[in-house]
Ligand binder design. Sequence first.
Ligand code: R5P
Length: 298
Amino acid sequence: MPKIFSGSSNKPLAEKICNVLSTSLSPVEMTIFSDGEKRIRIVDRVVDEDCIVIQSTASPVDENYMEIFFIVDALKRSGARSVIAVIPYLGYQRQDHVFREGEAVSLSVVIKTIERLGVSKVITLDLHSIKIREEFGIELTQLSALSLFAQKIREESLTDTVLVSPDMGGIRRVKIISEMLGNMPYSTIVKNRDLTTGKIEAEKIEGKVLKKAIIIDDVISSGKTIMAAAEILRINGAEDIKVMAAHAVLSANASELLQGSVVSEVIVTDTIEIPRNKQFSKLETLSVADIIAKELKK
Ligand code: R5P
């Protein structure tokens, strides 16, 4: 088994993965100077070893990226034969192309850095778009939490229930779950986002609305997409609205918005560690540790 290291962004998930693999995390010594700079040191001998680094790159996204960059650099300088980066939530993935003239493609910068540092493979979950794969010059394995969501839905009555994509970009995701559940009905919301103000508007629903609706998304950040989707579903007759999303970024006041909304349950995964002050009673977290561990066993 390769040696497994973790950054500080999601140690609980890294430890769970190690538990499943009946191993433990190798130590990473980290010194934080008074100006915020970090010094990273690998304690174990890694010469000619295959190594894995686990680090989610949600908020604080830049800091978390710098940490994984330094850990990979330390491993390579210490003689590691190969380094696989497990990045359960890949920060900056939504800036995967130029939306408006003059913009940087942040994701591309991040990927170039990962590649330049000598990472041989990246393992991640539920990317925002299928086009992201094209940005990678190294091997990329994309895992998915959709099977966890399908299992969760199966545990309840499927009658009078429709799956809903909160925007056109999410149809593929919803179709996959629908197939897993024996072609469960699904609908799509047509969403508009103002790129200057960030304002989101749910314009219309394509497909039918049933009594129970389950919104499936990849990321919940500000929560505005979910709020707009839930509102249009309620207006169109949905009485029970649940949400399932792989990555709980929960920025700004998303937790308060969701807790106070018409949504009855928000089911996410632990690709991102959710701090106590962002947790709320409607929130349930499923673990992706088994999914990642199974991949690492290969
Ligand atoms: C958008 O295309 C994504 O799939 C998510 O719906 C979006 O990123 C969620 O962001 P927010 O919670 O800020 O609306």
